[in-house]
Design a protein around this ligand. Structure first.
Ligand SMILES: [Ca+2]
Length: 430
């Protein structure tokens, strides 16, 4: 979770700004990006050892039942791709504020287009939702945020990208494992090698599934015998819906509510580790921000559902209660801002309101990686437990921030700001 990270795969997060995930654990991440282009012609020779590496992988593939013909087709024209390496090693210095991300992820234009597509794709969406009990608006929201409704899917040849990552041992065996899974997809005949495209990191098609996830969860929605998440919308919807269903999407239950916290609220409780039944939060005086009334889940059988409170921009920004369905969305892509974008876009597609509370746009969040490392380092010098300073403000770092805030009499909201760093700089540990 970028800025709110709970996973250890920091280097991916830094590469992708908003997307932090361990490849093997997630469905889709990292997304294709609009500025991500594959070189048309590969002119550089492959580095020493690459061709031998491919020969060894092909031998493994044969042992796993993939035919020589399939392998010849899959590897035709495949070279080491230097652009993939460049993208995998890039580490942007600055994150975006969460409100900037949400402004574009849940823009008016995207809401409008999503509404049109809900109508145009009514039949295919209805089938996918009917079989999985995942609402059409949620399926469309994921489609919209993963690939802008199929417009941005990445143009890399997946075999080439994964062979390159595998050879470079990017995240250990990630590339090699995904490559073998991709070869199985080609052998099964779901897609032709030339059409198997995606992001530099292996997220494929409109659903942005990585190959191992495709093998488990991709579905044939239109009954033509192929699981085509590249060009067949019915297959994209069935696959997204089935994935969420498999990740325990609870039918009829909400994803989240924006909430109003009581004045007496203990901010130490606004933490992903502090999971309580909805009823307990309601008893503590937490109400819906929209109308000051009861929480959505307080009125249905999910009243005991384990839920958490999140303050993604600290005490001055909007507050949320996250229900179990929020976790199902995070299984798709484990980034808090992503989960919030999907759930809010789905809500807007269902004619829900924008957030009631404005983002604190005049606050300066700690967006620089160098400064986040400095913050972690200084908290460590003050004897707070932050682990290794890595520039990722995860749960542990947030807890250290809360402890520090509480110690100096501030509201312990765990939010890393430039102001907090300045204060730490002025009070060096002795
Ligand atoms: Ca199909």
């Amino acid at each position: 979770m970028h800025g709110y990270s709970q996973t250890p795969a920091g280097s991916l997060a830094k590469t992708l700004l908003l997307c932090l995930c361990a490849g093997a654990l997630i469905a889709t991440c990292p997304h294709a990006r609009a500025d991500e282009t594959a070189p048309a012609v590969q002119s550089e020779p492959s580095p020493p050892g690459f061709d031998d590496w491919v020969v060894a992988v092909r031998a493994d593939a044969v042992r796993e039942g993939i035919s020589s013909q399939s392998l010849d087709d899959a590897f035709r024209g495949v070279h080491f791709n230097a652009r993939v390496v460049e993208l995998s090693e890039s580490q942007p210095e600055f994150d975006r504020p969460i409100w900037d991300y949400l402004d574009s992820a849940v823009s008016d234009k995207r809401i409008e287009r999503g509404g049109e597509l809900l109508g145009e794709e009514r039949d295919a969406l209805g089938r996918a939702a009917g079989e999985s009990a995942v609402p059409q608006s949620v399926v469309v929201a994921i489609w919209g945020i993963e690939s802008n409704y199929g417009e941005i899917t990445g143009r890399f040849n997946i075999i080439e990208a994964l062979a390159t990552l595998g050879f470079k041992q990017y995240h250990g065996t990630y590339g090699r494992e995904q490559l073998l899974a991709a070869l199985k997809i080609l052998q099964a005949g779901d897609i032709a090698p030339a059409q198997m495209t995606g992001s530099w990191a292996g997220a494929m098609g409109q659903a942005q599934f990585i190959p191992t996830v495709f093998l488990r969860y991709a579905r044939d929605g239109n009954g033509d015998g192929k699981r085509d998440i590249w060009g067949t919308n019915a297959d994209v919807f069935a696959s997204i819906a089935d994935y969420l269903h498999a990740k325990s999407w609870s039918a009829g239950a909400p994803c989240f509510d924006e909430v109003r916290l009581p004045e007496s609220f203990d901010y130490m409780q606004a933490d992903a580790a502090s999971e309580k039944p909805v009823s307990e939060w309601a008893n503590a005086g937490i109400v819906s921000a929209a109308d000051g009334g009861a929480l959505t889940s307080a009125a249905n059988p999910d009243v005991e559902a384990p839920s958490t409170i999140a303050l993604p921009a600290g005490r001055l920004g909007p507050a949320f209660i996250l229900y179990p369905n929020f976790k199902a969305v995070l299984a798709y892509n484990n980034a808090f801002s992503y989960g919030l974008a999907v759930c809010q876009l789905a809500k807007r597609l269902d004619h829900g309101a924008p957030f009631k509370t404005s983002w604190p746009r005049d606050q300066v969040p700690l967006l620089s990686r160098t400064e986040r490392i400095e913050l972690q380092t200084m908290l460590g010098q003050h004897k707070y437990d932050v682990g290794d300073p890595d520039g990722v403000i995860g749960q542990r770092a947030r807890r250290a921030i809360r402890d520090y805030q509480r110690g100096i009499g501030l509201v312990p909201d765990g939010y890393a700001t430039v102001e907090l760093l300045t204060r730490l700089r002025e009070t060096p540990a002795n």
